[in-house]
Design a protein around this ligand. Structure first.
Ligand SMILES: [Zn+2]
Length: 250
């Protein structure tokens, strides 16, 4: 049977039997992969701490009967600070949870891996106070890559200028003019300040987001909207995001 190498980000570990682990991975081409790491829970395992969540690894995989089997694992980036610091770990958990629930087997998306790796690198060393903005920026960009890029200028329904509108439609995926907003039950109030923050998050790099002094109230509103937008369109419940919302954006 064929072996092949792949660079991947570890999203999740699941125990299998007495000593094995199934690792859920985001491959560099954006596909989701699951592979068995045999004996990983034995003391002195050759996989050591290399297959922990948030690690970027080069793997040699062997096609097994049902799941791939990891035969070699080499660390590319361990992002250790993300596991050692509570605030960073909570933020990075949102990232892996969203990718775990959105990346699919056999479905490639080239940009998502690079965006995830860049986000983790910034989460690893940015000031802790910038983490809520980084998490919000990741959510905005991840949703856009899934096909849910918010329409922020024209009405998402009739395409007329929506400068007078102050609502966001979860269903239509953008701001609405007052006429269209009146008929849509999925709207949320959306201030101009929060709209500007969302626009900025979509246009900035993660490093720029970490350095930008966003207004706390506008950022909170923007985060709540992104969370509601994700819940409306993504099929799975995002537990790490719910936890983040409850513990950081109270
Ligand atoms: Zn309209």
């Amino acid at each position: 049977m064929a072996s092949y190498s792949v660079r991947a980000l570890v999203l999740r570990k699941t125990k299998l039997g007495e000593t094995d682990v199934i690792v859920t991975l985001l491959a560099q081409d954006g596909r989701q992969l699951r592979a068995v790491a045999k004996g990983m829970r034995k003391p002195g395992s050759r996989f050591g701490g290399r297959l922990e969540p948030f690690c970027v690894v080069d793997l040699l995989l062997h096609a097994g009967r049902s799941l791939e089997v990891v035969t070699e694992a080499e660390t590319v980036e361990s992002f250790a600070s993300l596991r050692e610091d509570y605030d960073r770990s909570t933020a990075a958990s949102v990232l892996v949870d969203v990718l775990d629930k959105t990346a699919q087997e056999g479905q490639t998306e080239e940009r998502v891996f690079a965006m995830a790796e860049a986000t983790l690198a910034v989460m690893a060393d940015a000031p802790v106070s910038s983490l809520p903005a980084i998490v919000s920026g990741f959510l905005a960009k991840a949703l856009a890559m899934q096909g849910y890029r918010p329409e922020l200028l024209a009405c998402a329904c009739c395409a007329q200028e929506a400068t007078g509108g102050r609502v966001f439609s979860l269903r239509a995926g953008g701001v609405l003019c007052p006429e269209c907003g009146a008929d849509d039950p999925s709207t949320l109030a959306f201030t101009q300040e929060a709209r500007d923050v969302l626009q900025a998050l979509l246009g900035m790099t993660m490093r720029e987001i970490a350095e930008e002094p966003f207004d706390a109230a506008a950022l909170r509103e923007c985060f709540s909207l992104l969370r509601a937008f994700a819940a409306y369109h993504l099929p799975a419940r995002l537990k790490a995001l719910d936890f983040y919302a409850g513990s950081v954006f109270i």
